[in-house]
Write a protein that binds this ligand. Structure first.
Ligand code: GLC
Length: 466
């Protein structure tokens, strides 16, 4: 009897152990699988993380009323009342070649243009609706022309596509729909599957009819309109089937743009998209891996052309934002909102030209760079590429900059902005205080000299080892 009992007990222990082993190995398998996906993501996003700086372009019929791309929703305009703007949108002087030249001059490496925004009007020759540019201007597929112009300048090309559609009859009256206060509209019947079919089919057109697309920027999820509501798994599978190397943003899921992301990160998108904000640190996934991200930023306060929005950021603020992003392993996607005829506002051109001048001298501290393993200094930021450490002196205070407790061997220190050697000293007026590394544009390091670039004077430190 005792013997039987012991056997039963032993059996139970063996079973529990087996269960535990199975459970543990399934956990392990999940981890391995995640790791594999994460490695693929790392490989796929390599050019993107190296590029660091791109141009966002919000262009569409909303440039006619000139009150931003949300005008239809903000002013609760019906499709019928919005139609005159759409009909009037026939920009004879649309020249994306000029945009591409400006992007290149600013030091940008890629671009993303709105193929369709929330108003539903398409800038491409879709077969699925007449609500498109080729109805207004036969033979002029603006997406195609944009892609050709940007590729010709050697820039990578991306397309923005709105998941939301205020024009489609099967898109419900939800979220910030322009008809949200119209009780009659609530009674309307809509067929969600039909809208999904349309949306998937349009994305398929974009993925199949325009050659290689480098980025797809889907926008955006809200409330329970996320993930499988969009049939995201099927959509992503289709996208990757036609464009295996495409980089996909993360807006098929809600909660984009949070300042710290701690979720598994290889499902519906390749990178996070904080909007109009700079995260406080680099972004990590559920396992602490640093993940790709891109802050998108307007030059004034609206994405689409807004004739009365004159709150322009300074070139200095933009350079700072770019450096800030790179120092935290992120990208900057900087927006322009061309006027209805396709001209980029003069203020935007001026800011981008200034940024371009800075990039001409200092871009090696941006491209292929990421965070340095050093605390953020009060005088600016660090970026790093292998053995090259870049000190971005954005906060021109008194005297020198100091890298406290710096224990790396340095082979050469130059002012990248001028190409001149920098002055370095490890003590302060002969004081033998340890752990300082003072740098200035000239000797003696303790005095104050005018900086060659008030926006950001970059000091390059060539290290002996990474
Ligand atoms: C938001 C806005 C949109 C803009 C986008 C850019 O989702 O709805 O107008 O295109 O952000 O990130």
């Amino acid at each position: 009897m005792t013997r039987i009992k012991t056997n039963v007990r032993q059996l139970a222990v063996v079973q529990i152990c087996l269960l535990f082993v199975c459970f543990a190995s399934s956990l392990f398998a999940q981890d391995e699988n995640y790791k594999k996906k994460f490695d693929e993501l790392t490989k796929r996003t390599e050019w993107f993380r190296d590029a660091r700086f791109g141009m966002f372009i919000h262009y569409g019929a909303y440039a006619i009323p000139a009150r931003g791309e949300w005008v239809q929703s903000n002013e609760k305009i019906s499709v019928e009342d919005y139609k005159p703007y759409v009909d009037a949108f026939k920009p004879g002087s649309y020249k994306p070649e000029e945009w591409a030249k400006l992007a290149k001059k600013a030091g940008m490496k890629y671009a993303v243009m709105t193929a369709k925004h929330h108003d539903g009007f398409c800038l491409f020759d879709t077969k699925l609706t007449d609500y498109k540019i080729t109805t207004n201007m036969p033979g002029r597929d603006f997406v195609k022309e944009y892609l050709e112009a940007f590729r010709a300048e050697g820039l990578k090309v991306g397309l923005y596509y709105s998941l939301i559609d205020w024009h489609h009859k099967d898109y419900p009256n939800v979220g910030n729909h322009p008809m949200r206060d119209n009780k009659e509209w609530d009674k309307k019947k809509y067929n969600w599957d039909k809208y999904l079919e349309y949306m998937h089919a349009q994305i398929k057109e974009l993925m199949t009819q325009y050659g290689k697309i480098d980025i797809l920027w889907l926008d955006y999820s809200f409330d329970d309109y996320e993930n499988e509501k969009w049939k995201a798994a099927e959509l992503v599978k289709m996208i990757r089937e036609y464009q295996p190397d495409i980089i996909l943003n993360n807006r098929l899921v809600f909660n984009h743009g949070a300042s710290s992301i701690k979720r598994e990160f290889t499902g519906y998108g390749d990178y996070e998209t904080p909007e109009q904000a700079l995260p406080e640190s680099d972004l990590v996934d559920a396992y602490g891996n640093s993940i790709p991200w891109e802050t998108c930023l307007t030059l004034n306060n609206t994405w689409g052309y807004n004739a009365t929005d004159n709150v322009w950021k300074t070139p200095e603020a933009i350079i700072n934002a770019l450096v800030n992003c790179v120092s935290k392993n992120g990208n900057l996607l900087l927006n322009v909102g061309p006027e209805s005829e396709g001209t980029i506002p003069q203020q935007s051109v001026e800011i981008l030209t200034e940024v371009g001048k800075w990039m001409d001298k200092n871009s090696e501290s941006i491209y292929n760079c990421g965070p340095a393993d050093l605390p953020k200094p009060e005088w600016g930021y660090f970026t790093k590429n292998g053995k090259n450490l870049y000190a971005h002196w954005t906060n021109s205070m008194i005297g020198h900059i100091n890298i406290k407790n710096f224990n790396k061997e340095v082979e050469k220190v130059t002012v990248l902005t001028t190409g001149e050697p920098a002055a370095v000293s490890e003590n302060w007026w002969g004081n033998s205080d340890q752990g300082n590394y003072f740098i200035n544009v000239k000797a003696p390091t303790y005095l104050t000299f005018p900086l060659p670039d008030e926006n950001d004077t970059v000091i390059k430190l060539e290290l002996k080892e990474e």
